[in-house]
Ligand binder design. Structure first.
Ligand SMILES: O=C(O)CCC(=O)C(=O)O
Ligand SMILES: [Fe+2]
Length: 263
């Protein structure tokens, strides 16, 4: 079972469940109005850019759009949702000075797409050298997620157990949830997009949050136009990686958190 919560109540049980099961669902986190506005912003982008990321891993009946901060004014609210940041902070905070984004991706799984191979998102890093989690993912349902339409599949308990991509030794479960709900999973938890056997697309937004000293999976400095970054609230900008990490990494004289050598 994937533990499920409502947005109400204490964070501690959610944090505990995420640590234990490697994944949690928080139901109805964002309003339908917000999700509809986000979807309306992204729809022309799927049409124009969505084929760029098609490959064996992402699928050929799946359309993806990266650098989402540029594509919708609603993005920042989903990205900087306080409960998601609290969960990310609880898992990653002890191992870095500040958190940062890893990647931002809108995903539209079209009818007929097959299931994605089960994988751990942190396989982009040499995790074998680090005895702690390096990232977490927050995947928002932008449509009602059902097993039939390709709800993300997760293997609870698969984190840090030496599982391998494609491991089918245990059954994965669909993160069935209503539009506006979010499933969070650790970087080491096995999961993957489901097969879409329905006749409508299944849309999602997945943001990853990583230790601030790692290189970003999707380099925001190269991805986002400077004017888009400048127009964002400072807290969002920082979370996108436009900040120093402690006194010596990403040294940037204007950053009050950075220790510039002349000061
Ligand atoms: O679309 C989904 O449900 C999951 C996608 C995913 O896990 C990935 O591409 O890393
Ligand atoms: Fe993934």
């Amino acid at each position: 079972m994937i533990p499920r919560f409502t947005p109400n109540g204490d964070m501690d049980p959610k944090i505990e469940a995420l640590r234990e099961a490697g994944a949690v669902i928080i139901e109805d986190m964002a309003s339908g109005t917000r999700i509809d506005a986000f979807n309306a912003d992204l729809q022309p982008k799927y049409e124009r850019l969505g084929a760029e990321f098609q490959n064996d891993f992402n699928g050929y009946l799946t359309r993806r759009v990266g650098g989402v901060a540029e594509h919708s004014g609603e993005f920042q609210h989903l990205f900087a949702e306080p409960q998601i940041l609290a969960l990310a902070e609880a898992i990653l905070g002890p191992h870095c000075e500040v958190l940062q984004v890893g990647s931002t991706t809108a995903i539209e799984i079209l009818p007929g797409e097959k299931a994605q191979v089960l994988h751990a998102d942190d396989s982009i890093y040499p995790t074998q050298y680090f005895p702690f989690e390096m990232q977490i993912s927050a995947l928002w349902a932008l449509d009602d997620f059902t097993e039939e339409n390709g709800a993300t599949r997760v293997i609870p308990g698969s984190h840090r157990q030496g599982s391998h991509p494609g491991d089918a030794s245990r059954d994965s479960l669909p993160a069935a949830m209503s539009k506006g709900s979010v499933v969070l999973y650790l970087g080491s938890t096995l999961h993957g997009g489901g097969a879409n056997a329905s006749d409508k697309p299944r849309r999602a937004l997945v943001n990853t949050y990583t230790l601030g000293w790692l290189r970003q999976e999707e380099n925001q400095y190269l991805t986002l136009p400077p004017e888009v970054v400048a127009a964002l609230p400072e807290s969002v900008r920082r979370l996108l990686g436009f900040q120093a990490h402690g006194p010596h990494l990403g040294v940037w004289p204007e950053d009050p958190d950075g220790l510039w050598f002349d000061s």
